[in-house]
Design a protein around this ligand. Sequence first.
Ligand SMILES: CC(C)(COP(=O)(O)OP(=O)(O)OC[C@H]1O[C@@H](n2cnc3c(N)ncnc32)[C@H](O)[C@@H]1OP(=O)(O)O)[C@@H](O)C(=O)NCCC(=O)NCCS
Length: 192
Amino acid sequence: MGVGTEVRRVAAPDGARLREVRLAALADAPRAFWQTFDGESARPLDDWHRRAARGAAGDAHAMFLLERDGEPVGMIDVHRPSMAPEFRELAAMWVAPAARATGAADLLIGAALDWARSVGAVGVRLWVEVANLAAQRAYRRHGFQQIGGPDRDHADPAGKSYLLMALPLSPETAASPTFLARASAPWTDESA
Ligand SMILES: CC(C)(COP(=O)(O)OP(=O)(O)OC[C@H]1O[C@@H](n2cnc3c(N)ncnc32)[C@H](O)[C@@H]1OP(=O)(O)O)[C@@H](O)C(=O)NCCC(=O)NCCS
């Protein structure tokens, strides 16, 4: 990455910045996410302040911003899924087109994995759209493997389908016979 590019955890006052980068992601890559630009842009600013505060502290939820010369050019969300609380789940990864193919995704994924390790998660999981090969390649480079899917999102008029990928964070977890079942616990919407 170029000079002046960094990843940092979102801070409580970053609500407006978080809204800006998330809406840019949804406008740029609607095929990559289950949430929609219309739905998210209709949310009041208070929701974004609450989300920023939630992502700024604690071991349940973290969001990281990618900034170039102080301007937001990417993000990632990593949170504790209620059906698989010993895991953390990656979501909402985005890198602005001008910042792609520079190692930016590696910075975001690396920050999320470091945080998941620091809070004692046994593994990290994520859903990725079947046609999203750029994201899948980035995740595989960090050791993620497909463990489920493709699962069609029947509520989605665009008919997107998702693969489930997971990464154990220790050799003991990787060897556990229950790892796949635990990582495959159902997805629930925990973005609000
Ligand atoms: C997925 C995404 C974050 C990757 O960001 P990035 O910084 O370009 O990541 P990388 O540089 O690691 O590129 C990932 C792979 O995609 C490839 N790639 C990068 N830009 C590409 C492009 N414009 N077209 C096709 N492939 C591309 C890279 O070659 C790399 O593959 P490789 O490992 O074989 O070299 C970015 O493309 C993006 O924001 N996409 C839209 C949102 C999205 O899909 N989010 C993920 C939701 S699960």
